[in-house]
Design a protein around this ligand. Structure first.
Ligand code: GTP
Ligand code: MG
Length: 283
């Protein structure tokens, strides 16, 4: 049985530290991925949102389906979409944070979220310098650190997942690069389940090959298309799975949203993704 939850020591420690320093914060900035704003919400917010004001940043606006993203912006309070690489959305986020600045000192806030959603990049963009390490794999930031920039005192924190998540809840996160594929049974497993999801939710058009709905056949075709072959001309399905997930999560296959806000349908009338309350039940 593969493990389905990834919760190394630095997540437990980071979670404890953020709770300890929360008294010193004026506001919490939670970063989620625009392509799955429900599944990429931070487990820390269950407790933090009760004691601190929250500003939500939906990163990777550039990779999301614009119509579905606008539904999320309407339904999530205090949310701002951003393309952090191009600094789009940054002035609005900065203004929202500055509203919490006390007159006598700098504004103090923590950037929190699950792994690889853009927390450290947001911090660097707000600070105007490359202070925190950024990288496109989950688990780059391992500890809680303070950064000072002008009238902001910012805490960067490690990406933290829910240790009590349902089995399979991290599957969608692995498609987005926010959880490791090893934890959900490897790249092939993650890829097969993504093909199944896209086919079931009317999004098969984003697949790089024509498929009749058979996930194994689709992965085989992708492997041949991308030259993922081993001796005897067989397809290396683990490698094909990895290439597929990487192409999907980086946006090379097109823009998408995997979820829409609870109970509503996408603006085009399609059921093109799961409602947020269904998100964990697809595997
Ligand atoms: N296209 C695009 N990429 C982004 C955006 N925001 C962040 N990224 C990329 O996402 C990757 C992860 O960014 P980080 O800032 O390291 O993410 P993090 O949340 O700090 O990750 P951990 O420290 O691992 O938890 C980097 O390759 C960023 O360039 C965005 O708005 N659009
Ligand atoms: Mg980081």
């Amino acid at each position: 049985m593969p493990r389905t939850v990834w919760y190394p020591g630095h997540m437990a420690k980071g979670s404890r530290k953020i709770r300890e320093l929360s008294d010193r914060l004026d506001v919490v900035v939670e970063v989620r991925d625009s392509r799955a704003p429900a599944s990429t919400s931070s487990p820390l917010m269950k407790s933090l949102a009760k004691i601190k004001p929250v500003i939500r940043v939906l990163s990777r606006k550039d990779l999301a389906d614009p119509e579905k993203l606008s539904l999320w912006l309407d339904s999530l309070k205090f949310s701002h979409a951003a393309d952090l690489r191009k600094r789009e959305g940054l002035p609005q986020i900065r203004r929202a944070i500055m509203k919490f600045k006390p007159p006598h000192r700098e504004v103090r806030f923590a950037v929190v979220g699950i792994p690889n959603v853009g927390k450290s990049l947001l911090l660097n963009m707000l600070a105007g310098k490359s202070s925190a390490n950024v990288g496109n794999i989950p688990g780059v930031t391992k500890s809680v650190s303070w950064y000072r920039s002008g009238d902001m005192l910012i805490v960067d924190s490690p990406g933290i997942l829910d240790p009590h998540a349902e089995p399979g809840a991290h599957m969608m996160l692995s498609w987005l690069g926010c959880a490791k594929a090893e934890v959900v049974g490897g790249w092939e497993n993650a890829a097969l389940s993504l093909v199944k999801f896209l086919t079931r939710s009317g999004m098969a058009g984003i697949l790089p090959v024509d498929t009749d709905g058979n996930p194994e056949a689709a992965l085989e075709l992708m492997g041949r298309k991308w030259g993922c072959l081993v001796s005897g001309g067989k397809v290396n399905t683990e490698l094909a799975g990895r290439k597929f997930i990487e192409a999907f999560s980086s946006g090379r296959l097109g823009r998408f949203c995997l979820e829409i806000p609870g109970g509503e349908r996408a603006a085009d009338g399609s059921a093109g993704c799961f409602r947020d309350d269904e998100a964990a039940s697809f595997v």
